[in-house]
Design a protein around this ligand. Structure first.
Ligand SMILES: C[S@@+](CC[C@H](N)C(=O)[O-])C[C@H]1O[C@@H](n2cnc3c(N)ncnc32)[C@H](O)[C@@H]1O
Length: 267
């Protein structure tokens, strides 16, 4: 992909999320569940991380931020998001919290080259980065020795049903390429760090596959980052096939949920 194509994709990701803050807050149930689990995985570490600020990459409407503020009511928390609409939403939602700041920023740019943060956290965001493993590796370097980088994202084994029906119909699979856990773990393990991860499958049910695609759009997550989109006819074929092959009244969508915890060791 050329530089200008990448910029165009990023712009689309930004406006998709920016315009969807209200819907995201209301309908992003799976993302909320993943945020709660990410915060639960942080609890045992709460008192262990070194002194210093916390940075959250891709705060969205603040599902993770909320948990951070409960665990760290007095610590400086810097939240960034590429989407101005998300930042506006959080600024209003957390207006009473003095220890948190919000900034419109691309988390793939201007990453500090010195260890500054006690905790770097990013819930369900790295799969929107152009280079998830490289970007997170740089953020690990911006994390203090003894500190922690904690993240969650949908992994490369998400959406097996969607893939299967596309293959059966001979149409392209238009889901985005999602991070490969093994590659991520290998990259993060290079250097002074201990990597731990957990993966499982999370199911969503919809009345029709059409509702799944509409849900992605509604929460701002509908941007296709590569390749051509399906024609209307292909989309209808896919939806009909997926619906017809489903047992019971609902269509099942399987997400590959990944949680990654990287403890930055002393050099
Ligand atoms: C699926 S939402 C997750 C939001 C929140 N962390 C949560 O758990 O609900 C992904 C968020 O990442 C943001 N995002 C995408 N690419 C980004 C980038 N390069 N830098 C910063 N934020 C980004 C989007 O604007 C969106 O708010």
């Amino acid at each position: 992909m050329s530089e200008s194509e990448m910029r165009a994709v990023k712009k689309e990701i930004t406006s998709g999320f920016s315009e969807s803050a209200v819907h995201y807050e209301k309908y992003a149930d799976l993302q909320k569940q993943m945020a709660d689990r990410l915060i639960a995985s942080l609890e045992p570490w709460t008192a262990i991380i070194p002194e210093g600020p916390i940075i959250e990459l891709g705060c969205g409407t603040g599902f993770v931020t909320e948990g951070l503020l409960e665990l760290y009511p007095d610590r400086k928390i810097e939240c960034v998001d590429i989407a101005p609409g998300m930042i506006d939403y959080c600024q209003q939602k957390f207006a009473d919290n003095d220890n948190v700041t919000f900034q419109v920023k691309d988390a793939e740019e201007l990453i500090p080259d010195q260890p500054e943060y006690a905790l770097t956290i990013s819930g369900f965001t790295p799969h929107w980065f152009q280079n998830p493993a490289i970007t997170l590796k740089k953020w690990l370097e911006a994390t203090k020795p003894g500190g922690l980088l904690l993240t969650s994202f949908p992994g490369s084994e998400s959406f097996p049903q969607w893939r299967e029906y596309c293959q059966q119909l001979g149409i392209p699979y238009t889901g985005n390429i999602l991070p490969d856990v093994e590659e991520m773990v290998i990259k993060m393990s290079l250097g002074p760090a201990q990597v731990d991860y957990y993966e499982d499958t999370i199911y969503q049910s919809f009345e029709s596959a059409r509702n799944f695609f509409e849900y992605l759009k509604k929460i701002g997550a509908g941007t296709q980052t590569e390749g051509r989109g399906l024609t209307k006819r292909e989309m209808n074929l896919l939806i009909n096939e997926w619906d017809a092959s489903s047992t019971g009244d609902t269509v099942k969508v399987s997400w590959h949920g990944v949680f990654l915890a990287v403890k930055r060791d002393y050099d």
